[in-house]
Design a protein around this ligand. Sequence first.
Ligand code: 5GP
Length: 210
Amino acid sequence: MVQQGSLVVISGFSGVGKGTVIRKLMELSDSYALSVSATTRPPRQEEQNGREYFFMNEQQFNEMIRKHELIEFACYCDNYYGTPRKFVEEQMTLGKDVILEIETQGAELIRRQYPDALLIFIMPPSGEELRRRLSARGSEKEQVIRQRLERAAKEAEHIEDYSYVFVNDDADECAGRLNALIQAQRSRMDRNTEMIGRVRTQLVDFLKGE
Ligand code: 5GP
């Protein structure tokens, strides 16, 4: 029997480098499946529909909500973002650890629906470093950077909702630590009840046979 995969929520302030960390994480094990969100935000220059996001208008997004096709959604900086249900459920059944890169309101909605989900928050080494990374991105206007820093300050109030906090100082090292944590979840006792029961039965049968 395939062990059901876990749901892994990764949040972090805009500009913290979680995209890079997650890309590196995906290379460390083939047990991972990255969920692609739906959004009403217009694509950035290098983004492709179906790769970074499923880009859509508000009407299409509302239609997904109406049909219960999203397991969570939230409004972030005037745009809607949501996690498509079908992919998450299919991949978990196949034994994949499904990674959701989502913001704090969505994380809270996931935690309520999936109490076993692993909630991880990625932090910058400092507030100053976050500002520097946001400016270095170059794709955002000063006003947008300010908006994202204000949002970061608000999101910082929700860090206590998470179980683990990782500082992204070095993306490779951060991905390595994340990988170790997620893989360790597979050894949780409550995720191995089928195997435990099977070995117990085998031991009893073995003793009976003696
Ligand atoms: P960005 O516009 O920079 O790609 O993403 C903005 C924020 O939306 C990020 O914090 C990102 O993690 C979050 N986000 C992306 N997809 C989803 C989603 O499906 N649900 C929620 N709640 N947040 C999302």
